[in-house]
Design a protein around this ligand. Structure first.
Ligand code: PMV
Length: 343
């Protein structure tokens, strides 16, 4: 049995920050599915004598990688109940990323969703089912969530919403739900200003943990629900102004929460703040709809419609590239989600 899938990274607009139970979100979130930052994963499953544990070998970008292998055994042991076939097979997993390692781009969303899709595909083959359709993607999204929360949003084209939300039919804490935005967002750009490519000073697991006991936690979860309701309308209508206001508010709130945690973390760098000021000034002076978001790190994601790509490219050269480590800017776009690689 074998299976190969590619799956992209995603960038959240309403942020998932805070979890409970078995990787369940404290609030609903939504993200753009990206297209350039992808992981390609191949899994070959060979029958073995039934075992209680996961058995696998892992090769990353052509090299056996013992550290990742250990991590994967632990992660997949956590989903044996959902994928019981793993007791009867040895898995040879190999994967590679389309983006450079340690470029400040998180790879957990793309890598964990690609792996989940391969495993669900092999399970489908064993059951004589086709690896397609709503139920298949939902299971793959559920497994992705268990492996790395926000990865569950990567499997769908354009946008994925994750977490129960009153205004979104079919939404669930267990898996993401596809969301189809107004056409203007389907060709949106996400240029990532690599302010610093250093390792994150706080892992997302630790970050989520810090929300327990954060004095603003309850107000934050309510705000995220309000933001999502407002954003869903703006995304459907193509209302760029509301989109930008909510998206930037979310990014800054995520960082404010980390600053207000105990211990406190400042995840932005001086260059991140300077880039934010320059983006806001550019918007004020030109009236063009250029907005930003941030992950739990210093790198700024510039979000804008394709119609202003030339103006933004010029602005990056004159004002923003100087703020980036080694002048690095990675260009990405909203994309079509994961796909099976036919051998
Ligand atoms: O999926 P995790 O546990 O790495 O958490 C992701 C958290 C953020 O990237 C900051 C926000 C999000 O919703 O993707």
């Amino acid at each position: 049995m074998k299976s190969s899938w590619q799956s992209p990274s995603n960038i959240a607009l309403v942020k998932y920050w805070g979890k409970h139970g078995r990787q369940l979100p404290r609030n609903p979130s939504i993200s753009f599915t990206l297209s350039q930052a992808r992981t390609e994963t191949h899994v070959v499953a060979n029958a073995r004598e039934r075992g209680e544990n996961v058995a696998l070998s892992f090769v990353f970008e052509g090299q056996p990688n013992a550290a990742f292998e250990k991590k994967l055994i632990k992660l997949l042991s956590g989903v044996l109940e959902e994928l019981p076939f793993m007791r009867d097979f040895h898995l040879s997993i190999s994967s590679s990323n389309s983006f450079p390692h340690s470029a400040g781009i998180a790879s957990s969303a793309s890598s964990m969703s690609a792996l989940a899709l391969c495993l669900c595909d092999i399970e489908a083959q064993l059951m004589g089912n086709a690896a397609e359709g709503e139920a298949f993607l939902q299971k793959a999204s559920n497994i992705s969530r268990l492996l790395s929360g926000s990865a569950c949003r990567s499997v769908y084209p354009w946008m994925g919403e994750w977490g129960v939300c009153g205004t979104m039919e079919g939404s669930s804490d267990l898996h993401a739900t596809p969301f189809v935005p107004h056409d203007i967002f389907k060709s949106f750009h996400d240029d990532i200003l690599i302010i610093s490519a250093s390792e994150k000073s706080v892992s997302s697991t630790a970050g989520h943990g810090l929300m327990e006991g954060n004095p603003y936690a309850e107000a934050r979860y309510q705000q995220a629900n309000r933001h999502l309701d407002g954003l869903l309308v703006a995304l459907k209508e193509g209302d760029l102004e509301t989109f930008g206001r909510i998206t930037e508010d979310e990014a800054l709130t995520l960082h404010a929460l980390m600053m207000a945690s105990s211990p406190s973390y400042i995840l932005m760098e001086a260059g991140s703040l300077e880039a934010i000021q320059r983006v806001r000034k550019f918007r004020q002076e030109t009236g063009l709809p250029l907005y930003f978001t941030l992950d739990a790190g210093p790198n700024l994601h510039l979000l804008y419609p394709d119609s202003i790509a030339a103006e933004v490219a010029a602005f990056i050269e004159t004002d923003l590239r100087v703020l980036c480590e080694k002048g690095r800017v990675i260009k990405d776009f909203v994309g079509l989600g994961a796909g099976k690689i036919e051998e």
